[in-house]
Design a protein around this ligand. Structure first.
Ligand code: DAK
Length: 265
């Protein structure tokens, strides 16, 4: 992945790669099941924001390895924290930037997706899971609770009673159960989960980028806002797309029975 001035970006705990218009970020602390330390999260947010700014990247795939997407925040790093040291470090400001990425993020997960790993996955827009995936919020076993959206996003996604069970027992659920509860889009054999995510990312990458961006924003509005506000937001986005060259091209191509060429303008 090229940096702003064309230099190669160097990261310690993540890897970045490209496959056509798809940016691929791989969490890379395999010796600790991709536990999310502060530096990894900083690097992840920087890479996501670089890809968000890069017009040649249309969609992003976020993955780990077969054994772990991420087994949560780094417990060694957190063990000696106090309420005040956590407050002063203010890690949430960096974390919250993940939710502001405009381009679709497709999570390709396998193995452990726990705690902060589950919260990271729930910040993604589409999730492809391997059959070996185990998803949970085990913070209760450490004497704490989720702090990066686990009680809120999980409840909105799976409903009250399942969220209660997962959060209060700390026990992970299987990929198949996650599929039934709408936490993941698709479950595939472990050899296929990354390729499946990249194929889906390429399909979305071929769509008109402005429509992709405004659809993502509108869907996220549906989660955070009352219906009337979401509908008003959707309508304004719909009008706005009629100011785009891609709307003219998309509709003209349909009428002329040819494939559209979208430019993102
Ligand atoms: N942190 C640090 N190291 C971890 C880790 C973690 N979360 N998970 C695993 N490891 C390390 C293990 O210590 C071990 O290291 P060595 O002993 O080899 O040095 C290595 O990874 C392999 O793990 P195991 O030997 O334990 O492997 P097993 O297959 O036996 O067990 C396991 C796998 C996933 C069941 C087990 O490792 C486990 O229970 N891990 C902890 C899972 C957990 O409790 N996760 C929740 C952590 S709390 C925030 C954002 C997010 C969060 C907080 C704040 N901000 C933005 C402020 C989130 C909090 C959390 O996620």
């Amino acid at each position: 992945m090229e940096g702003k001035r064309g230099e190669q970006m160097d990261y310690e705990f993540i890897r970045v790669a490209r496959d056509q218009a798809v940016g691929i970020i791989t969490l890379h602390r395999p010796e600790v099941l991709n536990a999310l330390n502060l530096k990894l999260v900083d690097e992840l947010v920087e890479a996501l924001e670089n890809m968000d700014r890069d017009d040649s990247v249309r969609t992003i795939v976020l993955t780990g390895n077969e054994k772990a997407f991420a087994a949560g925040a780094d417990i060694d790093e957190m063990a000696d924290e106090t309420a005040i040291s956590m407050l002063l470090k203010d890690q949430f400001t960096v974390w919250d930037r993940i939710a502001t990425i405009n381009k679709p993020i497709i999570a390709a997960v396998s193995g452990y997706v726990l705690g902060g790993g589950c919260e990271l996955m729930m910040n993604c827009d589409i999730v492809i899971a391997s059959e070996t995936t185990k998803i949970g919020q085990p913070e209760i076993n450490l004497g704490v609770m989720p702090g990066a959206g686990g009680t809120q996003r999980l409840t909105k996604m799976v409903g009250k009673v399942k969220a209660m069970e997962m959060l209060l027992t700390g026990s992970p659920i299987s990929a198949e159960e996650a599929l039934r509860y709408g936490l993941v889009n698709k479950v595939v054999p472990v050899e296929m989960y990354l390729q499946e995510a990249v194929t889906l990312a390429k399909k979305i990458a071929a769509k008109p980028p402005l429509a992709v961006r405004l659809i993502k924003k509108s869907v996220l509005k549906a989660i955070d806002n009352p219906l009337s506000e979401g509908l008003a937001y959707e309508r304004n986005c719909f009008y706005l797309l009629f100011a785009s060259e891609d709307q003219t091209e998309g509709m003209r191509a349909f009428v002329e029975k040819r494939k559209p060429k979208f430019t993102g303008r």
